[in-house]
Design a protein around this ligand. Structure first.
Ligand code: NAD
Length: 365
């Protein structure tokens, strides 16, 4: 079969779904690989490296779309390109199709077998394919660097002839994959770090990274290792305690999310108003509406001396390593589909059956 890698079309997207290294491994699975010229450019993988790895580098996206039995992408191609894919083509990437009618229709009308990797069940076996985790790691890391960059303070403690500087206090809200990487990164920069999450098991994880668990008296473990949404009473209690605590915090990184729902609103305008001037909020949940009421997605604003940043697609800012990890995740998933150069779907494998989109009818064979 032929596997195609197209240049990403989403604005600002620098990542690529296959690297020269993974192309070499795809070729070893017996596949022919076609890469659109410049597909790796945003992540500093030149065309020549793909060619050396055994890919054909082709200028024309259309030709690849029509040829390839499998298309690898970071974000879903736009609907017009999807319409031009081969009938029955396989599409693998972080596709975020839910709610996008034009793409959904294109996929249905072309009989495309889509595997949005964000739908993978988060089992141990799926970890090697888990793009949410690999990309969240980069996002959490970059979020702390942005906080440090925007802050008018040092993060580490300094003892100098001009006096002693106390370390910044950083609070990370949401200690999933991104939050734990944020905690580790802020610690490496020398800040005093606290972490908070509604899943009680995060206490140990935060402490193992040298952070302090901020106990706000709310615990809301949900299904599948994720958080559930809070009740109104729980949210009110969390907010009262948090508001008091934030007065002493220099930088906040928020990463809280509940699958399939808008980001929980955790930091209100009143809480921001209570923070010291020169404090910073970096809201990693900006893409899904923000954990902070004042976040403007894609912008950095200053409100009464408090800087609130809502960066988007932070993983793309670390495109080299983010692409290397994404491409390995994709390769590991494609290895379930392609053997000896042929595609076969083993629908008894839950990683395929639960990931495929549109969802398979439970009654179908
Ligand atoms: P996520 O992006 O859905 O959420 C980020 C964090 O926000 C979560 O830790 C969640 O508990 C927290 N959160 C939600 N509401 C909150 C609130 N009101 N206040 C504070 N925090 C709130 O989560 P994620 O990072 O993708 O992963 C969630 C968990 O799943 C992680 O702990 C991770 O270890 C686990 N996971 C397991 C596997 C596996 O192999 N089995 C793979 C990936 C992730």
């Amino acid at each position: 079969c032929t596997i195609g890698v197209l240049r990403e079309t989403a604005p600002g997207e620098r990542r690529v779904a296959a690297t020269p290294d993974t192309v070499r491994r795809l070729v070893a699975l017996g596949a022919r690989v076609q890469v659109q010229s410049g597909a790796g450019g945003g992540a500093h993988f030149p065309d020549a490296a793909y060619a050396d790895a055994g890919a054909s580098v082709i200028d024309d996206a259309e030709a690849i779309a029509q040829n390839a039995a499998v298309i690898l992408c970071v974000q879903a191609p736009d609907a017009s390109l999807l319409q031009r894919l081969r009938e029955g083509a396989v599409l693998v990437g972080h596709l975020a199709l839910g709610g996008d009618d034009a793409r959904g229709e294109a996929i249905a009308s072309r009989g495309i077998v889509a595997f949005p990797l964000e739908r993978l069940p988060r089992t141990t076996r799926a970890q090697a394919m888990d793009v949410l985790s690999s990309q969240a790691g980069m996002a959490g890391y970059k979020a702390v660097l942005i906080a440090a960059q925007l802050a008018p303070r040092f993060f580490p403690m300094l003892t100098t002839a001009a006096g002693t500087i106390r370390p910044s206090k950083v609070l990370v809200i949401g200690a999933g994959v991104a939050g734990l990487q944020a905690i580790a990164t802020a610690r490496r920069l020398g800040a005093q770090v606290e972490g908070f999450d509604v899943r009680p098991e995060t206490r140990e994880q935060i402490e193992s990274l040298g952070g302090r668990f901020l106990d706000l008296g709310v615990s809301a473990a949900g299904e599948g290792g994720y958080a559930r949404a809070l009740t109104d009473d729980e949210r009110a209690e969390q907010q009262r305690r948090l508001g008091e605590h934030l007065r002493g915090i220099d930088a906040i990184v928020t990463t809280a999310a509940v699958p399939g729902r808008p980001a929980p609103r955790i930091i209100t305008a009143a809480m921001v108003a209570g923070m010291r001037p020169g404090s910073v909020v970096v809201d990693l949940a900006a893409e899904t509406g923000g954990n902070c009421e004042l976040t403007r997605p894609g912008e950095t604003v200053e409100i009464d001396g408090v800087i609130v940043a809502g960066p988007l697609n932070l993983a793309s800012q670390g495109a080299v390593h983010a692409s290397e990890m994404f491409a390995r995740n994709v390769l590991n998933f494609v290895s379930l589909l392609v053997a000896d150069g042929r595609i076969a779907f083993d629908w008894n494998d839950e990683l395929l059956a639960k990931t495929v989109w549109p969802p398979r009818d439970a009654a179908s064979p």
